[in-house]
Every structure is written in structure tokens, then in C-alpha cells.
Write a protein that binds this ligand. Structure first.
Ligand code: B12
Length: 314
């Protein structure tokens, strides 16, 4: 989009779509924070120029990083030329949504603020920002912190919203895509692990589509140098048996989130390989099921990483 000072600029609706907020939010930002069109004459329709839109994008950028609306607006208004700059970002600089290079943002985000920012970007269906914030968080704070302090609160909020209103499935899928992409990115690398090490198999049990905690476990184990094979959602029992025979795993993790997918009979179908492997039952689905004593239980990401690392890195 190219507008000049003399071109008509974008309508409120078009600007709202571009920024990913409701038109009413734009009006509120105008009224409260002076973030309206710069040359709006009373009685005429509001039209946002390129610079106005760039400023709004800076504000949105600051908001998703946990800055308060008032500070975000102050910051956006303080950037003198919010047009795009061709210069690449230097360390400590952030890229604005329009591809502009901007100096460090004010008062941004602890994990709380980041979770709010991811939630805000998710509500705006802004998958680029959701993925970017999650990737930044993993790089800066690690997989476990990102999972516990950013991803979980967002997923819980999405789940609660769905339970109350049956709405927001599109948001759930968008966030699922980003979490999968960001945690899944680590599956490609070998990390510190050697090729011939016996792996840990990570599988969601038959019928279980919820995989994000298992994927977080895969990403965390990779960072801790534990070799594994991530086998994903809803793995049929015979496929699990085949994988265990082929890979001679040191341990098998069976993930279940929903109680109806946690079938203890699955454990009995596992093959007896030589050398043997440990079986770990992970996730709240197994709570309350009658489980064989030899199977270990994994009940959180952090404890799972510690238990598995201890069991395999001897
Ligand atoms: C994302 C999501 C989906 C995605 C999953 C995508 C994916 N690739 O994972 C999709 C769209 C596929 C989906 C489908 C369904 N979903 Co769903 N989903 C969710 C959501 C929003 C997040 C799931 C998640 O990852 N939770 C993990 C974290 C956020 O939850 P948590 O409680 O903090 O988790 C902790 C425990 O798991 C614990 N933990 C315990 N032991 C261990 C062990 C390890 C190793 C780890 C890491 C953690 C751990 O620690 C976790 C945190 O670390 C939840 C809401 C929620 N609150 O969980 C609903 C939710 C789980 N889904 C629900 C439902 C009903 C469904 C469907 C039946 C909907 C439908 N009608 O189709 C299907 C079922 C599919 C199936 N058979 O598996 C309900 C389940 C209710 C119930 N208890 O029966 C929930 C709770 C939503 C709700 N509020 O009602 N879902």
C-alpha cells in the first residue's frame, strides 16, 4: 500500500483490518491517546495516511510485547519517522510490523505481559506475531519457561473461552499452528545427540489429538541433549509396536491428555525388546487409571525432562 500526504489514505475499517483490531478500538485509541488520522478535518471521513498506519503498527507492536496502551501510544507518537527504513535491524532493535526498524520498546514484557501479547495477537488472528513472540521467548527464556509462563496460560484461556461460548476454534487452531512450528523447529536438528544413541520414543496414544505438551517435551529434551523420535498424535498401537521394535528405544513415553484415551491395555501390548526400555505414562489422562507399577508417571514438563534425562543419560 502506498499513500502520500495528498492521497486519500485508508478508511477506519481498512486500517482496523490491517492492524488487526476492531474499528471501535481505533476510535478509542484516537480519543484516549491521540492516535487518530493526522490531518482529520471535522465533518470529514477519517482517513489514515501511510505514516498514521505505521504509527498504529508501532503501537500494536508495543502492545503485543506487554506495554500498556498509554505507554504504547506515547512510544508510537515519539518515533519521529515511522516509515520503513531499509537498514537491517541492529542488536537490541525490533522490527515493526511494517518492516520498519525501531529502537527498543519501553517497559516491555515479563512473561505475564508476553502471554497477554500472544493472546492479543491471537485474538487479532495475527499468526506472524504469535509465532514471532513465541520464538523470541524460546530463544530468550528456554522451552520450559515459554511453555509454563506463556503457552499454557494462552491455551488455558482459549480452552475456557471455547468451553463457555463454543467460539474461537479458529484462534485455537492458529495458536496450535504457531506452537507446533516453534517447538517443532527443534525436531530437525540433531542437537548434542549422537547418531547411534538409543532414542526415547514420544507418542500420543490412540485417539489422542492433543500433542502440544508432548511437542514441548520433545523440544525441551532436544535442548537437554536427549535423543528422541517424536511420533505425534493418535499413534495406532501396532505402529507404536513397530517403532519400538525398529528403534530399540531406551524409553517410551505414552502421552494422554483426555482420560478416555488413556487405556492401560496399551501398555500390555508393548513388545519386550532386548535391551529393554522403560515405559513412562505422561499427561493428566492417566490420572486415576489402574497402572502397572513398572511404568513411570510424568506429570509436568519440568519433572518429565528431569526424570527422562536421569533415566537415559547415565
Ligand atoms: C489446543 C486444543 C485442542 C487442539 C489440539 C491441537 C494439538 N496439536 O495439540 C485440537 C483442536 C485438536 C483439540 C481437539 C479436541 N479438544 Co481440545 N483443547 C485444546 C486446548 C486449548 C489446549 C490443549 C493443551 O495443549 N493443553 C496443555 C495445557 C494448556 O493444559 P494444562 O491443563 O495446563 O496442562 C497441563 C497438564 O497436561 C500437565 N501435565 C500433566 N502431566 C504432564 C506430563 C508432561 C510430559 C507434560 C509436558 C505436561 C503434563 O501439565 C500441563 C502443562 O504443562 C485445551 C484447553 C486446555 N485447558 O488444555 C482444549 C481441551 C483439552 N480440548 C477439549 C476437547 C473437548 C476437545 C475435543 C473433544 C473437541 C471436539 N469436540 O472435537 C477434541 C478432542 C480431540 C482428541 N480426541 O484428542 C477439552 C477437554 C475437556 C475434557 N477434559 O474432556 C479442553 C479442556 C477444552 C475445554 N475447556 O473444554 N483441542
Amino acid at each position: 500500500m502506498v499513500t502520500t500526504a495528498h492521497a486519500p489514505g485508508l478508511t477506519v475499517a481498512a486500517t482496523a483490518r490491517r492492524i488487526g483490531v476492531a474499528p471501535g478500538t481505533l476510535r478509542t485509541w484516537d480519543r484516549r491517546y491521540g492516535m487518530g488520522p493526522s490531518d482529520h478535518a471535522p465533518g470529514r471521513h477519517r482517513r489514515y495516511s501511510t505514516a498514521d498506519v505505521a504509527r498504529l503498527e508501532l503501537m500494536q507492536r508495543a502492545l503485543v510485547r506487554g506495554v500498556s496502551p498509554a505507554d504504547a501510544a506515547r512510544y508510537a507518537l515519539s518515533v519521529r519517522e515511522p516509515e520503513c527504513s531499509p537498514a537491517p535491524p541492529r542488536p537490541g532493535e525490533q522490527r515493526a510490523g511494517v518492516g520498519c526498524v525501531v529502537p527498543g520498546l519501553p517497559g516491555a514484557a515479563g512473561a505475564d505481559g508476553l502471554a497477554r501479547g500472544v493472546g492479543r495477537a491471537a485474538l487479532a488472528l495475527d499468526s506472524a506475531t504469535v509465532c514471532e513472540l513465541l520464538a523470541e521467548s524460546v530463544t530468550r527464556d528456554g522451552v520450559e519457561n515459554t511453555w509454563d509462563e506463556v503457552v499454557r496460560p494462552v491455551l488455558e484461556a482459549i480452552g475456557a473461552r471455547w468451553a463457555h461460548t463454543a467460539a474461537g476454534v479458529e484462534i485455537e487452531h492458529l495458536v496450535t499452528g504457531c506452537v507446533s512450528a516453534v517447538f517443532g523447529a527443534s525436531l530437525g536438528g540433531r542437537g548434542q545427540t549422537a547418531r547411534d544413541v538409543r532414542p526415547v520414543l514420544l507418542a500420543a496414544v490412540p485417539g489422542e489429538q492433543h500433542t502440544l505438551p508432548l511437542l514441548a517435551l520433545a523440544a525441551a529434551l532436544r535442548r537437554h541433549g536427549v535423543a528422541h523420535r517424536y511420533l505425534g498424535a493418535d499413534l495406532p498401537a501396532d505402529a507404536l509396536v513397530a517403532a519400538a521394535r525398529r528403534t530399540a528405544p531406551v524409553a517410551v513415553v505414552l502421552w494422554s491428555l483426555l482420560p478416555e484415551t488413556a487405556d492401560p491395555k496399551l501398555i500390555a501390548t508393548m513388545p519386550r525388546t532386548r535391551p529393554r526400555f522403560r515405559t513412562f505414562l505422561a499427561g493428566p489422562g492417566w490420572d486415576g487409571a489402574a497402572l502397572p507399577r513398572r511404568a513411570g508417571r510424568l506429570t509436568s514438563l519440568r519433572s518429565a525432562v528431569a526424570t527422562i534425562s536421569e533415566a537415559v543419560l547415565v
